[in-house]
Design a protein around this ligand. Structure first.
Ligand SMILES: *[C@@H]1O[C@H](CO)[C@@H](O)[C@H](O)[C@H]1NC(C)=O
Ligand SMILES: *[C@@H]1O[C@H](CO)[C@@H](O)[C@H](O)[C@H]1NC(C)=O
Ligand SMILES: *[C@@H]1O[C@H](CO)[C@@H](O)[C@H](O)[C@H]1NC(C)=O
Ligand SMILES: *[C@@H]1O[C@H](CO)[C@@H](O)[C@H](O)[C@H]1NC(C)=O
Ligand SMILES: *[C@@H]1O[C@H](CO)[C@@H](O)[C@H](O)[C@H]1NC(C)=O
Ligand SMILES: [Ca+2]
Ligand SMILES: [Ca+2]
Length: 506
């Protein structure tokens, strides 16, 4: 009896056949598996010798070969039997899926500033199949947002783009491992990546600049403005400070709260000393990208300055009494440090201008010009003590007064007046001695000085020079040759009184 094996791939079976020369009952051959059929993985057709697979599939990964001892026999009692060893090699089929070593791989705290190509994590899957069926290729199925890639063969996950915590803080990726022969089994794992927030974002003020107007003399502690900045990082408390280039004057007057960004007044604001301050404020979160903004503070005027007279102002002037109406006689000058209406000066005469003899006109809100407004007469008033007021147009008004003295100079506008208007009737004895006083002509002059200095002359009726006049005193005396009644009984003398002024008055 000879056993041969006929292997049939298609039916996953093999047939053992024995030949027996006997005929009849002794020539009938039966087949059975003697050993090696653990777990009943094979069965054999008793009559045909067809060995087939059992109920359960073979698994190369469990047992890659089976050694079966198959026997051919005539009957249980017969002694004719023959055995053959059948070795079944289980060929590998790609029946296993790749399995990752972990269901989830975590990479926590990947720096957001990590550059392209940074290694993130290595995933690894194994597949017990042999050959291509056990070779795995890795791929990211989803969740990478084009930021990550996995090396197809090593499983190394790397970054392929820049990361930004502010855009996305974590990634949950589905990574597959695929074996390399049909039907291409796949295994999956998840890769969880969280980013570490870093100070990479720029600090930015809400406004590129701030403009504020503030009254001068405002109380210290008053809030000017609150500046605010932000950073997308939101990691550190922002602090505010003045830029070192800020002018010392501004630093002395304003203070910035480093935490709140509130700017307050710390000194006396005087528009007249400075009407515009700029503070450069820096906001800092400790990162490299700070920001700065400019705060422009305009100081508004208050009417806190009174007009001030300039030293070039006339304080005392002398004018002749015949100065014509409309002539300018004095100029005062006053300035006010305030601006606008608060600094516009207007002049008035508030005292001493009796009968409105003078008038003051304001020119350019700076000059006060004093004009003669009516006829002057020194003989009536020879000095005016004017009080000039320079007043601004602010509300309430502020003013300053100054004294302006106007002295009226004499002009020879009065003729001498002889006290006895109708002349003098005098009788004297003839033959009186020379030098005998006859009379004294008395005259007055309302002018002063040389305009009132009088000289007396006999200007008519004294042909024979009988009388002599003292030019200064007005005393008339006889000459040494006395009057002679027999020669002339009556003299009618013309006496002229003349002052010393110009023009001459008589
Ligand atoms: C990964 O993707 C595959 C295919 O879309 C899916 O079947 C599997 O459930 C996913 N795994 C996870 C953890 O989402
Ligand atoms: C000055 O003040 C007077 C009186 O208030 C007013 O009449 C005059 O118009 C003012 N002049 C100027 C230039 O403001
Ligand atoms: C004053 O006003 C006159 C015209 O009234 C003008 O010509 C002159 O420039 C002004 N002066 C000043 C200093 O404003
Ligand atoms: C002087 O006498 C004449 C004649 O008698 C007379 O007309 C005249 O009024 C007298 N004058 C004075 C001042 O008395
Ligand atoms: C005196 O003056 C009057 C008036 O000027 C004149 O008429 C008269 O002739 C004069 N007398 C003499 C003597 O000159
Ligand atoms: Ca950041
Ligand atoms: Ca002011």
């Amino acid at each position: 009896m000879t056993l041969v094996c006929v292997f049939s791939c298609a039916s996953l079976s093999l047939q053992v056949q024995a030949t027996d020369a006997d005929q009849g009952e002794n020539g009938r051959v039966l087949y059975r598996i003697l050993s090696g059929n653990s777990n009943r993985q094979f069965s054999i057709d008793e009559l045909t010798g067809l060995v087939t697979r059992g109920e359960r599939a073979l698994d190369r990964e469990t047992s890659s070969s089976h050694v079966l001892e198959v026997e051919a026999y005539n009957s249980d009692q017969g002694s004719m039997r023959s055995a053959v060893r059948v070795i079944v090699y289980v060929e590998d089929a790609n029946d296993e899926s790749p399995v990752f070593t972990q269901q989830q791989y975590n990479r926590l705290g990947l720096r957001e500033t990590a550059g392209i190509g940074t290694s993130v994590i290595v995933v690894r899957a194994t597949d017990p199949d042999t050959g291509d069926g056990g070779a795995v290729a890795y791929a990211i199925v989803s969740g990478a947002d084009r930021k990550f890639e996995v090396d197809v063969s090593t499983g190394l996950v790397t970054t392929v783009d820049y990361l930004d915590y502010e855009t996305k803080t974590s990634y949950l990726m589905n990574v597959s491992a695929t074996d390399q022969s049909p039907p291409f089994h796949k295994g999956y794992c998840t890769v969880y990546v969280t980013l570490l927030n870093e100070l990479d974002e720029a600090v930015a003020f809400f406004a590129p600049g701030y403009e504020v107007s503030l009254r001068e003399n405002i109380a210290t502690g008053t809030e000017v403005v609150q500046v605010q900045a932000q950073s997308a990082d939101n990691l550190n408390q922002l602090t505010y400070r003045s830029d070192p280039d800020t002018s010392p004057a501004a630093l002395a007057l304003f203070r910035i709260d480093s935490i709140t960004g509130r700017i307050t007044v710390t000194g006396l604001l005087d528009r007249e000393k400075g009407d515009l301050y700029t503070l450069t404020v820096v906001a800092d979160d400790g990162g490299p990208k700070k920001d700065s903004t400019v705060v422009s503070i305009t100081i508004l005027d208050e009417n806190d300055n009174s007009p001030e007279f300039d030293i070039t102002s006339d304080v005392s002037v002398d004018i002749p009494e015949n100065t014509p109406i409309g002539k300018r006689v004095a100029v005062v000058l006053a300035r006010d440090k305030d601006i606008g209406n608060n600094g516009l000066v207007n002049f008035t005469l508030v005292a001493g201008n009796m009968q409105d003899v003078f008038e003051i006109r304001t020119i350019n809100h700076t000059y006060g010009e004093v004009y003669v407004n009516s006829v002057l007469d020194r003989e009536t008033v020879d000095r005016y003590l004017l009080k000039v007021r320079a007043m601004d147009n602010g509300s309430p008004h502020r003013y300053t007064d100054m004294s302006l003295t106007i002295n009226i100079l004499d002009v020879n506008d009065n003729a001498p007046i002889i006290e006895s208007r109708n002349g003098y009737n005098i009788s004297i004895s003839e033959n009186v001695g020379g030098g005998t006083s006859v009379l004294r002509v008395v005259a007055t002059d309302r002018d002063i000085g040389s305009n009132a200095m009088l000289f007396y002359y006999i200007t008519g009726g004294n042909q024979d020079l009988t009388f002599r006049m003292d030019r200064m005193t007005g005393e008339m005396v006889t000459r040494p040759s006395p009057p002679d009644r027999e020669r002339q009984q009556q003299y009618q003398l013309n006496v002229t009184v003349e002052d010393d002024g110009t023009p001459l008055c008589r």
